[in-house]
Ligand binder design. Structure first.
Ligand SMILES: Cc1cc2nc3c(=O)[nH]c(=O)nc-3n(C[C@H](O)[C@H](O)[C@H](O)COP(=O)(O)OP(=O)(O)OC[C@H]3O[C@@H](n4cnc5c(N)ncnc54)[C@H](O)[C@@H]3O)c2cc1C
Length: 303
């Protein structure tokens, strides 16, 4: 699929996204789910504290949830989203595979993982050259050399974005796992790729001056962008102007799971603690119903 239109698009194939899809698809709206069940926090969990379940693997639950959502008519695209922008009364979602999807309403259910490198210098130099958000901080590094750490679409997209404004951009990755179109774009770009390499230390006193790799080479850079895993939803949310909580950790929602941007809803771990399946499922249910009502209203009004 290169482009498509849906009433409701859900980012996240965890319990929040899957439950939202069940409720939305049963209400006769077209629903697309994006993400991967293998990337859900639940995938490696063993559930004993959910109503009526006392010994079930997360993997099995997710597989059953996926089948259920599909039976009710939801479509699945196992790709990560790398950008979202408002276009007229709708939102346009772009995936790592280059697909554009237009939708009346969006549900953000991408969990709460913010992966860290876990190397010396990372914590001490946070905000002094170390960043987890290319879209938020990239322009502070105009004309200077920077490095991006990560294997997936978020890292490749981040490196390509930085290449437009920064000096020399380095991408340090163990194995490139981004979608083919992004890898092709990367190979045609001026980004220097250090494959099969890991950052073992971020060096600097008052601010970042270099990174040390596992083959003992150093790269002189003033910025290090850590983009491990999928595109962080907070990054996508900040770009859309969605209000976060006071600590800037979670998306703020009301009881209908509405965010501060009309038409965008959120559910699950991304909305805050406790990180529990029961909460994710409850919020997913409400978000699915709310997003469907919004989509139907907008469709009636504008088509
Ligand atoms: C080891 C472990 C044990 C646990 N044990 C329990 C337990 O016993 N009981 C309990 O209730 N809870 C438990 N949990 C917590 C529970 O797994 C989470 O609360 C729950 O999975 C949150 O659901 P979610 O749908 O919000 O996010 P997740 O399940 O984390 O799903 C996130 C989804 O978002 C997708 N995604 C991310 N970024 C993007 C993007 N850019 N584009 C598209 N998709 C994207 C991912 O592919 C994934 O499908 C455990 C968690 C772990 C890690």
């Amino acid at each position: 699929m290169n482009s498509a239109e849906y009433d409701v698009v859900i980012l996240g194939l965890g319990p929040a996204g899957l439950q939202a899809a069940v409720h939305a698809a049963r209400r006769k709206t077209s629903v697309l789910l994006l993400g991967s069940i293998r990337k859900s926090s639940l995938f490696t969990a063993h559930i004993e504290n959910y109503f009526s379940l006392f010994n079930m693997s997360g993997e099995e639950l997710l597989e059953r949830g996926l089948e259920q959502a599909q039976r009710f008519g939801a479509d699945i695209l196992e790709e990560n989203v790398i950008s979202i922008e408002p276009v007229g009364q709708r939102f346009r979602v772009r995936t790592e595979g280059g697909t554009h999807i237009d939708t009346w309403s969006l549900i953000l259910a991408t969990g709460s993982k913010r992966n860290k490198l876990g190397v010396p210098g990372e914590k001490a130099l946070l905000g002094k050259g170390v960043s987890y958000c290319v879209d938020c901080d990239g322009l502070f590094f105009r004309g200077v050399d920077v490095c991006v750490a990560g294997n997936e679409s978020a890292a490749v997209d981040g490196a390509l974005t930085l290449a437009k404004t920064a000096g020399q951009v380095h991408l340090v990755c163990q194995r490139l796992e981004a979608a083919e179109p992004l890898i092709k774009e990367l190979q045609a770009s001026p980004v220097i790729i250090h494959e099969n390499r890991k950052i073992t230390e971020i060096i600097g006193e008052k601010s970042v001056t270099a990174v040390l790799l596992d083959d003992n080479t150093t790269i002189q850079v003033e910025g290090v962008f850590i983009e491990l895993g999928a595109k962080g939803i907070l990054e996508l949310a900040l770009n859309l102007g969605i209000q976060l909580d006071d600590d800037m950790k979670y998306i703020q929602t009301n009881k209908q799971q509405e965010t501060s941007v009309p038409g965008i809803f959120a559910a699950g771990d991304i909305c805050g603690m406790p990180w529990q399946m029961a909460k994710a499922v409850g919020e997913g249910c409400v978000a699915g119903i709310s997003a469907t009502m919004w989509a139907k209203k907008q469709r009636r009004k504008y088509t």
